[in-house]
Design a protein around this ligand. Structure first.
Ligand code: FMN
Length: 200
């Protein structure tokens, strides 16, 4: 698939058929993890791959109620693959504190940007685009509630020093399902509102 087509097709999908995704396809998607950038090459990324239907349902049980309230059909457990995008923040502290060059005068750099979350976003997009390249569709499950996000992480028994950013749902889109458009739904802003140039 042309890269420009992959970019054009990038969109969150919230309906999946029961067509399975092969482990081989998931492994190819995970090559995106090997090539993901990380601040200072800290490599704090962690990914948990879930195909077990019980665990997919457990995530849905935690996060799906608000979609149902908005009139969405249930969709989370139907995605055959859940990719838990996680970060180990300690990897960044360890790496930067070991690098004398990046912390002159500091015991710890002040982290004006929490790079561990930034890197999760970059990884999220690499895994998403790699999935599209496999002819698969993706969505995202996160939470605005700390305890709910923690509960989602508990589904896969994350180690104490690893935190969940969100779950990428992966599968084949069920195009027969019509999604409701919530009242007040946003529309895509034109680049003219989002981009500024500073030309000489
Ligand atoms: C950090 C982040 C968290 C998100 N969390 C959720 C979520 O919990 N559930 C969901 O259905 N979509 C979630 N989304 C998807 C956004 O709602 C979606 O990207 C946005 O509405 C634009 O739609 P599009 O991606 O289909 O173009 C999330 C996206 C991002 C980047």
């Amino acid at each position: 698939m042309e890269f420009s087509d992959i970019l054009r097709r990038r969109q969150m999908v919230r309906s999946y058929t029961d067509e399975p995704v092969s482990d081989e396809a998931v492994e190819r998607v995970l090559e995106g993890l090997r090539r993901a950038p990380s601040a200072g090459f800290s490599q704090g990324h962690r990914v948990v791959v879930v195909t077990d239907p019980k665990l997919r349902q457990a995530a849905a049980d935690i996060a799906e109620a608000r979609y149902v309230e908005l009139g969405f059909p249930r969709w989370i457990a139907s995605a055959p693959v859940h990719l838990y995008v996680c970060t180990r923040e300690a990897s960044y502290h360890e790496r930067y504190n070991a690098a004398e060059a990046v912390r002159p005068g500091y015991d710890e750099i002040p982290w004006p940007v929490p790079f561990w979350w930034f890197d999760c976003g970059a990884l999220f997009m690499m895994l998403t685009l790699a999935s599209l390249n496999e002819g698969l569709a993706t969505g995202m499950v996160s939470s605005v509630y700390t305890d709910e996000l923690q509960a989602l992480g508990d589904v896969v028994d994350l180690p104490d020093d690893v935190a969940l950013a969100g779950i990428i749902t992966v599968g084949h889109e069920d195009t027969s399902v019509r999604m409701p458009i919530p009242p007040g739904a946003a529309t895509r802003k034109p680049n003219s509102e989002l981009v500024e140039w500073r030309r000489a």
